[in-house]
Design a binder for this molecule. Structure first.
Ligand SMILES: [Zn+2]
Length: 270
């Protein structure tokens, strides 16, 4: 039996949360057994918890894990209490990781004069989370866009050594290696279903199997053929099928290794 782990699904966001039970049941029917729900804003930390509790009762075949943190798009939600609260919550055992955190330097939407301040603020918010994760021995769930060198610089300056997942990986083997060397797994999603993602598809076909985990990034990132539709966690099965097409190993073996990788990256028993 193939068991799948969706390592990045925003099931708590309103688009999906309204039918969370249905999406969860469909995911189970598609072989998904674990889902990591990463945080975006401190304002939603309680909502994630409620979702976890609700689904534990309604769909007990599915395990919901949580990452807690602040996504770079939501850094304006950070109040002075946010960091002490984050530390306090993370000291409970129920959180797998810190995140989704990182740097998003795709800033065309912002006036040029404001971009440097934005980059600095994102970097401060990211660094604070890396330091908390390092102190509490938690892995990170990383968001990146046009920011891989800057992300690596913060991780190295903070001497971060608890690994995690580089979510929505796209890029070359050299780019991948920099993160693998720091103990991260590469989160592979619907991107690989697009022929134009040639470089990423090539990287997926070439690196050792222990480099990867799967994700949907639902409700975003629909696969090829599903553009314009809501993405959801059962689609992990299709991401897995696309992944298998790029590899020479047997699907059963691939599934086992990806499961193991996901648990290792999030320090979960397997
Ligand atoms: Zn995300």
């Amino acid at each position: 039996m193939i068991r799948l782990f969706d390592t990045h699904c925003h099931l708590d966001l309103p688009e999906l949360a309204i039918d969370a039970q249905l999406w969860a049941q469909q995911a189970v029917a598609a072989g998904v057994r674990h889902i990591l729900v990463p945080a975006v804003s401190p304002k939603r930390w309680d909502v994630q918890h409620e979702l976890q509790r609700f689904l534990a009762q309604q769909v007990p075949q599915l395990h919901i894990h949580l990452a807690l943190g602040v996504h770079p798009w939501w850094h304006r939600d950070v109040t002075p209490q946010a960091w002490p609260q984050l530390e306090q919550r993370l000291q409970g055992a129920q959180y797998a990781a810190v995140g989704e955190c990182g740097l998003d330097f795709s800033l065309d939407w912002l006036a040029e004069s404001e971009r440097e301040t934005e980059r600095q603020r994102q970097t401060e918010v990211f660094r604070a989370q890396v330091e908390i994760a390092q102190a509490l021995h938690k892995p990170l769930v990383l968001h990146h866009r046009k920011s891989q060198p800057e992300l690596l610089a913060v991780l190295k300056q903070s001497r971060f050594c608890h690994g995690g997942i580089l979510h929505a990986f796209s890029g070359s083997q050299a780019q991948a290696k920099a993160f693998l060397d720091l103990g991260f797994k590469l989160g592979i999603g619907g991107t690989i279903s697009y022929a134009r993602a040639e470089k990423t598809r090539h990287t997926v076909s070439k690196l050792p199997l222990d480099a990867f985990v799967l994700e949907t990034d639902a409700p975003s990132m629909p696969l090829f053929g599903y553009q314009g539709q809501l993405n959801h966690p059962a689609m992990t099965q299709r991401v897995f099928a696309c992944f298998c097409e790029l590899r020479s190993e047997e699907p059963q073996l691939i599934a086992q290794q990806l499961w193991r990788n996901s648990c290792l990256a999030l320090k979960l028993p397997y």
